[in-house]
Ligand binder design. Structure first.
Ligand code: NDP
Ligand code: OXD
Length: 308
């Protein structure tokens, strides 16, 4: 019997995904999931409804069309499911571009020059020392490591925080809750690249952000619910935080009347720091399905208990 692949990607034109999977898996029957469909072998999903999960418990593996699995893990999943996240698939270099841009824009005071230019003001600011702007990256996984590698090129003191100790040349490693305060107080420009899990939900609250060095800057490119948004606004108001670049929000799309849009020290982008690339994602998913069919192990399998 032909291999069956079920695509469930609500709200997105499925045509290029169907075509891409069919091209790469010519022996498979690939279709868009409909309620009542017969059992499939593999699922390729983003934010599927609970009904998909309930009707397809036999799936050999479920490929999440994204690196973050928080939305999928909000559903009631069979404990035996193999959930596979996107593993870079062209996102790591985009994340490195976005984060370096945000850090350098802030460090070089470019946001000030952008405002000055709008008023035809020619005024140089005093240069800053990068030794005064240590960068701390929360999350040293697939994306965080690539970002660390890129940030290193600019010579900022670099720290990283993860669940387990990580060895990356040039990065001072902190880990676990016991290492969090020391990590934060050694950081002025904070980059959040953690997965959203029960452990990390609202981790960036008033207490955590207050531990950052005065004049701190936040780049959140992970998930909005890691941050308590009002605490960020309050600490910008007191001046403890100097600014933020935010790509992700507690509620997306960001509401038109949200305070972040008009805030002079917040740069907002619409969840684009690392976009899902169709070609790279399809190639990765198809080759992993082929590897599983050959009985080989694959990278990117999510630990359901850990939540990432
Ligand atoms: P990985 O799973 O590869 O890395 C996760 C990192 O976070 C690991 O270093 C892990 O530690 C660390 N971590 C997890 N939980 C904790 C915790 N409780 N305490 C301390 N450290 C923790 O993820 P990726 O790098 O691939 O992606 C990170 C996130 O980026 C995604 O989950 C997603 O939410 C977000 N994302 C956002 C995009 C956007 O466009 N804005 C695009 C793509 C992803 P350890 O190494 O010890 O396991
Ligand atoms: C992802 C995302 O998790 O795009 O891949 O946010």
């Amino acid at each position: 019997m032909a291999l069956r692949v079920s695509l469930c990607y609500p709200g997105v034109d499925p045509a290029p995904w169907l075509q891409g999977l069919r091209q790469r898996l010519p022996d498979a029957e690939v279709s868009v999931w409909q309620p009542g469909d017969p059992p499939a072998d593999y699922g390729v999903v983003w934010a599927p409804p609970q009904q998909f999960v309930d009707e397809q418990p036999q799936l050999k593996a479920v490929f999440n069309i994204g690196a973050g699995v928080d939305r999928l893990l909000q559903l009631r999943l069979p404990g035996h499911w193999t959930v596979v996240r996107l593993d870079d698939a062209g996102m790591a270099v985009q994340m490195a571009e976005y984060v370096c841009h945000a850090l350098i824009r802030h460090f070089r005071g470019l946001e000030v020059y952008e405002q000055q230019a709008r008023q035809s003001v020619w005024q140089q600011q005093a240069p800053r020392s990068r030794a005064d702007y240590p960068v701390g990256i929360m999350g040293l996984g697939v994306l965080g490591r690539r970002v660390a590698q890129a940030v290193q090129q600019f010579g900022f003191p670099l720290r990283g925080w993860s669940r387990s100790p990580q060895q990356i040349e040039g990065v001072t490693s902190y880990w676990g809750r016991q290492g969090l305060d020391a990590f934060l107080s050694a950081t002025r420009m904070l980059v959040c690249l953690l997965p959203l899990t029960p452990d990390t939900h609202h981790l960036l609250d008033r207490a955590a952000l207050s531990r950052l060095q005065p004049g701190a800057f936040l780049v959140n490119v992970a998930r909005g619910a890691l941050l308590v948004e009002q605490d960020l606004l309050d600490l910008l108001h007191t001046g403890h935080l100097a600014g933020a670049a935010l790509d992700v929000f507690a509620s997306e799309p960001l509401a038109p009347d949200h305070a972040f849009w008009q805030h002079p020290r917040i740069a907002v982008t619409p969840h684009i720091s690392a976009q899902t690339l169709e070609h790279d994602s399809l190639a990765q998913i198809a080759s992993k399905i082929q590897a599983l069919q050959r009985g080989e192990a694959i990278a990117g399998v999510v630990d359901l208990a850990r939540g990432y």
